[in-house]
Design a protein around this ligand. Structure first.
Ligand code: SF4
Length: 454
């Protein structure tokens, strides 16, 4: 945690008597996970220490996601449960942040009047002030900004592990996909200064981190708004000079912005992982046009070809939406066929979910729910078969794995990821967590590999 920035946020110094505990629950994407780590860093400066015990927490934070219809319902069901916890511990505060809070603002307090603080995605740096205000006034505090402040404050951070770190490099998105709420709740693209990013990663390297993931809703657009402008590839090569960092990842890309020069930088930077997550969302040109994705299937094919020409063993994963308004059965089958043709290593799949403020939510030709889920079921079957085929390529091979810890299903077993982001399970002592080890692969299923440590 860097304390240098406390001064310019005019923060109160915390004393031991003030020590309090904070419980945080995070929904959604890696950006939200990274924001939660910054919330913990900010609150640590005013004496809040992270706790896993909700019932004993002085402050409960819900960091919300608005990407799917059910997201809001989930927020209010969680808040309902937390209300009961607060009834047992009346001095505890409830704070709600993230994309649902950014969109709802005051409406959230109307629906859940027992909430004490509502803050958005653009004013994280104000969280300590808002919590202290709610504590001192015993009145609900609601504050959301429409945009990020002019100068992006460098925020303190409390990271959730000590070997792999999230590093946000660009905020917001300049696209307007007709189904997506992100530009509405996360604003326009803003790249961080590369000097600040490299300094942050050098500090991480000095404290033993081996892997960094460069984050952005559209990370492949990094640097276009800087003066002079630069591209993500240059940043990857700059980070590639930091010797202790053995792995560089980046997520989430946009096919239109994944330029050949970025692929070239990944190919020539030894620590840049051979893994590309490039959402295509649909495999049909008419659907892509109506989604306003800004490219057609052929363009996407060329991007995949460029990756596989330069980095033949690269893993390519994607995101897919089925049941987009107006999608015919034949157009849906084009998506299924494209999954087989491209042979994705894995795909995140979802049924279309109408979101507030998005054009497609009010379109007349909505696909019936049961039809949507029937398509999702079929697509998931094909995605699983294709992933299994891709994973079988690793049989008999020895791969380098960054050990993430004991596997969720079996404490005797460890799990970790290859450079191509494959999940691997193998026997070994938990003391290897955070280490790079070699594992010989002897079995594969659609979701993971298994093997013996060498
Ligand atoms: S590229 Fe499209 S789907 Fe992705 S965050 Fe931007 S608007 Fe949303």
């Amino acid at each position: 945690m860097t304390s240098a920035t406390r001064e310019n946020r005019g923060q109160h110094a915390s004393s031991s008597t003030d020590l309090k505990s904070v419980y945080i629950e995070t929904f959604g994407c890696q950006m939200n996970k990274s924001d939660s780590e910054h919330m913990l860093g900010l609150l640590d400066e005013i004496g809040y220490k992270q706790t896993a015990n909700l019932k004993g927490a002085d402050l409960m934070i819900l960091n919300t996601c608005a990407i799917r219809e059910g997201a809001e319902d989930k927020v209010y069901s969680y808040l309902g449960a937390w209300r009961k916890v607060k009834e047992q511990n009346p001095s505890a505060l409830i704070a709600v942040g993230g994309c649902v809070a950014q969109d709802a603002g005051e409406k959230l307090i109307k629906r859940a009047p027992y909430v004490d603080v509502v803050f958005g995605t653009h004013n994280l740096h104000r969280l300590p002030e808002l919590v202290l205000q709610a504590r001192e006034t015993n009145q609900p505090v609601v504050e959301t900004f429409q945009e990020l402040p002019e100068d992006l404050p460098e925020l303190p951070v409390v990271r959730q592990n000590d070997f792999s770190a999230w590093v946000s490099v660009i905020y917001g998105c300049d696209y307007n996909c007709t189904y997506c709420i992100v530009p509405y709740v996360r604003g326009r693209e803003r790249s961080r200064d590369p000097k600040d990013i490299v300094r942050e990663i050098r500090e991480l390297a000095d404290s033993g981190y081996k892997e960094v993931t460069l984050l952005g809703q559209n990370v492949t657009a990094y640097g276009h708004d800087l003066s002079p402008s630069m591209h993500l590839g240059t940043l990857i090569e700059m980070v590639g000079e930091i010797e202790q960092i053995k792995r560089i990842r980046f997520i989430t890309g946009h096919p239109r912005d994944l330029k050949p020069e970025i692929i070239d930088s990944v190919a020539r930077t030894p620590s840049a992982c051979e893994y590309f997550h490039i959402p295509i969302q649909a495999g049909d040109d008419r659907t892509l046009r109506r989604m306003a994705r800004g490219y057609l299937v052929d363009f996407y094919r060329k991007v995949v070809e460029q990756i596989r020409e330069r980095i033949p063993d690269a893993a390519i994963t994607s995101d897919l939406i089925v049941g987009f308004p107006g999608e015919t059965q034949e157009e849906f089958l084009n998506t299924v066929r494209l999954v087989e043709e491209i042979c994705f290593d894995a795909c995140n799949t979802a049924a279309y979910s109408p979101r507030p403020h998005t054009p497609s939510a009010s379109w007349p030709d909505q696909v019936p729910e049961d039809e949507k889920y029937e398509r999702l079921r079929l697509l998931n079957t094909v995605v699983g078969e294709v992933s299994h085929r891709r994973n079988k390529r690793y049989l008999g091979k020895t791969v380098e794995v960054l050990v993430e810890g004991t596997s969720q299903r079996n404490a005797e077993r460890l799990s970790g990821r290859t450079r191509t982001n494959k999940l691997v399970h193998f026997e070994g002592p938990a003391s290897l967590t955070g280490e790079l080890v070699n594992v010989s692969i002897d079995s594969a299923n659609p979701w993971a590999l298994r093997g013996q440590m060498q």
